[in-house]
Design a protein around this ligand. Structure first.
Ligand SMILES: [Cu+2]
Length: 314
């Protein structure tokens, strides 16, 4: 099972601490339960019609103080040393910015690349610096045994070094709204070579968007929608989600609630610009007013609108 895989440098030590603590707790549960049952029989009223007070047993008291103390300190020691490693990323770790929003993750790399899934090179440490654009989210990669709260207004971090190739689930652990359970993504761990290929192929890197305008870039516009979180609420295949599908949208007429009242308008370029840049100022009737403002650059906006146009006749 992939989520049980020990896929990062922490997985082994986290499992050891967790399973060790669990084993100690289980042993004590059994021990205490055994004594409850044993004493209930041994000191039942039938066997001991005359109750007696039992006082002091110094050796016994020393044992039940010292043994748990040593066990607790051991749990603390192993928990603390692993925690310290987790809070001290190696200085050569690649810094990736993680942005959480309802309901999508996006990742930004040192060279400006962005993606909706996290790409990593085998064995190479990555430091994730987190921020949230709206509510509290929780970034969790079970196979890596890393988890961090992503809190609006507060930057946090977590790091890891992948030690297995493959795809690993990313989940949001905080109930962050209706599509919380769909706030999923993946870590794709590639070989150093494949990672470099992906990293330096600036097919869809945002800084390459402007010069490449005019060339057919359909798949990369789709990737841009993914990286900007749009696909959390909009489909491109006709399926209604939190927001209307973008398929066949361009040019259709529909009722929209503007600041000064409801009107029927065509979804043309001007309207798309307004709705994407200032979602509050134009709300499509029949949908909740939950679309967040976007941080698309002018070039990205043009690309998205061209893409929505291209979806018209599909
Ligand atoms: Cu979330």
């Amino acid at each position: 099972m992939p989520f049980l895989a020990q896929a990062s440098s922490f997985s082994g030590s986290v499992d050891r601490v967790f399973l060790g603590t669990l084993a100690v707790c289980a042993a004590f549960l059994l021990l205490v339960t055994f004594f409850i049952v044993y004493f209930s029989i041994r000191y039942s009223r039938k066997r001991n019609p005359e109750p007696v007070d039992i006082h002091e047993n110094t050796p016994l008291e020393i044992v039940w103080t010292v043994v748990p103390l040593v066990l607790f300190l051991a749990m603390f020691y192993y928990g603390w040393t692993d925690f310290r490693t987790m809070r001290n990323p190696p200085p050569d770790a690649m810094v990736v910015e993680v942005t959480a929003r309802q309901w999508a993750w996006s990742f930004k790399y040192p060279n400006g690349r962005q993606s909706g899934e996290l790409y990593a090179a085998l064995g190479r440490p990555i430091k994730l610096v987190t921020r949230s654009l709206d509510v509290i989210h929780g970034f969790f990669v079970p196979a890596f045994r890393i988890k961090v709260d992503v809190v609006p207004g507060k930057s946090n971090f977590v790091w890891f070094a992948p030690r297995l190739l493959g795809d690993f689930d990313i989940q949001c652990t905080v109930i962050c709204g209706v599509d919380h359970s769909a706030m999923l993504s993946k870590v794709r761990v590639l070989s150093e070579e494949d990672f470099k290929k992906w990293y330096f192929s600036d097919e869809d890197a945002p800084h390459a968007a402007a010069p490449a305008a005019g060339s057919p870039r359909k798949t990369s516009a789709l990737e841009l929608l993914g990286a900007k979180g749009c696909l959390a609420c909009h489909s491109v295949d006709g399926t209604p989600m939190v927001g209307p599908t973008l398929k066949g949208l361009y040019g259709t007429r529909h009722a929209v609630l503007f600041k000064d009242g409801e009107r029927e308008v065509a979804a043309d370029e001007k309207f798309l610009r307004q709705v994407i840049q200032e979602p509050d100022s134009a709300v499509v009737v029949g949908y909740p007013p939950v679309m967040p403002p976007s941080d698309l650059t002018e070039a990205e906006l043009a690309e998205v609108i061209a893409y929505i146009k291209s979806l018209r006749d599909k």
